[in-house]
Design a protein around this ligand. Structure first.
Ligand code: FE2
Length: 318
């Protein structure tokens, strides 16, 4: 392959495969955007194989500077785009590129698979570093199949019950007066489903989301019930913890889960899950121009709190 192998601080090895795999230009003269695009186009098959075996691939040391140049790099991989849908604010920069998230950089965004509550979630997500944070702001990644393994080792009874009766998750979209606020989840159901009509909203919710019921409140918020379903899925030959368990803010008291039989999930399950994430994740410390490609069906990502300026862009593929 016309890449050289790189390394990053804090990388880990799972079953003999480094996580993430880091690819750098073979020589300094090969670090142009053109060179990256040509190499990616030529090596699509090997990159797909690497992504499958490593879960995430970091392209570092290439001269990629803008949303337009990142867009060009993304197209070189040849994967079909998909629409970025969700309850957070992103700004469209080019045809295929959005800001990763407009929530203030000092807020944690906890581990999740992108759009995992949707009927169709992207198979891959790209992140691009336009500008690193002055402090913190790492993107952290963890292999969801490792999370399942460790949880089965540590809490076999909880895992057995999850597979037997499933998990019921409740979530709420913001009130009208919280729309576009600095909260991480700041889009109302009217914005997400592009309607003010509750009947149309309910129909679209059931088409787009894996939710079983939705109810609308007079303050503009809506309550969604998901499941019962097993948060562990078999995707791409791996058993992964696909559904969010700790909530996006990282506060275990923000989440509302119960077992499918109505009984409470023990607090220990959330605490252990959080420990497993922290023990097995890798914090990618961004350098300008980095492109991080993640297998969204096997790897979760998170944003560590940081300080501005931090500009990370994203693009998702079907
Ligand atoms: Fe995300």
């Amino acid at each position: 392959m016309a890449f050289a192998e790189g390394r990053i601080d804090g990388e880990k090895v799972f079953r003999g495969a480094v996580f993430p795999k880091t690819l750098v230009p073979p020589t300094a003269v090969d670090s142009s955007l053109e060179s990256l695009v040509e190499t990616v186009e030529r090596e699509r098959g090997s990159i797909t194989d690497l992504l499958r075996s490593h879960g995430a691939v970091l392209f570092r040391g290439y001269d990629v500077r803008s949303a337009e140049e990142f867009d060009r790099a993304v197209r070189a991989f040849g994967w079909e785009e998909t629409e970025h849908v969700g309850a957070t604010t992103r700004i469209k920069m080019t045809d295929r590129v959005y800001t990763a998230n407009e929530a203030p950089v000092d807020q944690l965004i906890n581990f999740h698979h992108e759009m995992s509550m949707m009927k169709h979630s992207p198979s891959k997500i790209f992140f691009f570093c336009c500008q690193p944070a002055s402090e913190g702001g790492e993107t952290s990644i963890v292999q969801s199949n490792i999370v399942v393994e460790k949880m089965e080792e540590r809490l076999p009874e909880v895992m057995a019950k999850l597979s037997e009766v499933g998990l019921v998750s409740k979530s709420k979209t913001p009130r009208d007066d919280e729309a576009d606020s600095e909260k991480l989840i700041n889009k109302t159901w009217k914005w997400i489903f592009k309607t003010d009509d509750e009947a149309v909203g309910e129909k679209r919710a059931k088409e787009m989301l894996n939710c079983n019921s939705v109810s609308f409140n007079s303050d503009g918020s809506a309550d969604f019930v998901f499941g019962p379903s097993n948060p562990i899925r078999e995707l791409g030959g791996k058993r992964v913890w696909f559904l969010p368990f700790l909530g996006y803010t990282g506060n275990i008291y923000d989440v509302n889960h119960s077992f499918g039989d109505g009984s409470a999930v023990p607090r220990e399950a959330f605490v252990t899950y959080g420990e497993v994430l922290e023990e097995n994740c890798v914090d990618v410390k961004w350098q300008k121009g980095d492109i991080l490609l993640i297998d969204n069906h096997s790897v979760q990502h998170a944003r560590r709190p940081g300080k501005p300026p931090r500009v990370i862009l994203a693009s998702v593929c079907k």
